[in-house]
Design a protein around this ligand. Structure first.
Ligand code: NI
Length: 189
């Protein structure tokens, strides 16, 4: 597995519309493995293929990236005997050629960030629940109702497939402030 370079705004590659994945072959498996490696290393909870320069309708998500360095927590609260709590398990999810075909009118707001827009966070409003269809790494089709953090994350990553980053969904003023902050951070680095 290889950690790939994450493309950041304002690189025009991020504005490309990605094409459907057609071949479910070893190259695809390598790309997916590399994307997980890259996302965990960053660290982040979602990554679309276009963010590593591949214009394919493919994204990976893990809302519980395991902290490799975390010691299992020792708990003595239950009747005095010791037992350890395991750190959160990794929960890798792959969405290939995802589509949303139903979305709730109810919206939810999360403070979003993006590996292509480092250090910047902004509140974004999106449908709270969606019905989605996608393919897995073997090309098998899945369909599910999705809500909560996963719904937000999936919609954020699906925006990347259309060449949209979350800052495109906030007010012009907020976007300009965020870009100025990003430029300052880059100069300081
Ligand atoms: Ni993003």
């Amino acid at each position: 597995m290889t950690i790939r370079t994450i493309i950041e705004i304002p690189d025009p590659i991020l504005k490309q519309v990605s094409s459907p994945v057609e071949k479910f072959d070893d190259d695809l498996k390598t790309l997916v493995a590399d994307m997980f490696e890259t996302m965990y290393d960053a660290p982040g909870i979602g990554l679309a293929a276009i963010q590593v320069g591949m214009p394919l309708r493919l994204l990976v998500i893990d809302l519980q990236p395991e902290d490799e360095d975390a010691e299992p927590e020792v708990c003595t609260a239950h009747g005095g005997h010791e037992h350890s709590h395991q750190p959160l398990r990794k929960e890798p999810r792959v969405f290939i050629n995802p589509e949303v075909f139903d979305a709730s009118e109810e919206l939810s707001t999360y403070s979003e960030g993006c590996l292509s827009v480092p250090e910047i966070y902004a509140d974004v409003e999106r449908p709270a629940r969606i019905r989605a269809r996608w393919q897995d790494i073997d090309g098998k089709t899945h369909e599910a109702d999705i809500d909560g953090m996963l719904a937000t994350c999936l919609q954020h990553e699906m925006d990347h497939l259309e060449g949209i980053v979350f800052l495109d969904r906030v007010s012009r003023l907020k976007r300009q402030m965020a870009i100025k902050k990003l430029e300052k951070l880059r100069k300081a680095a």
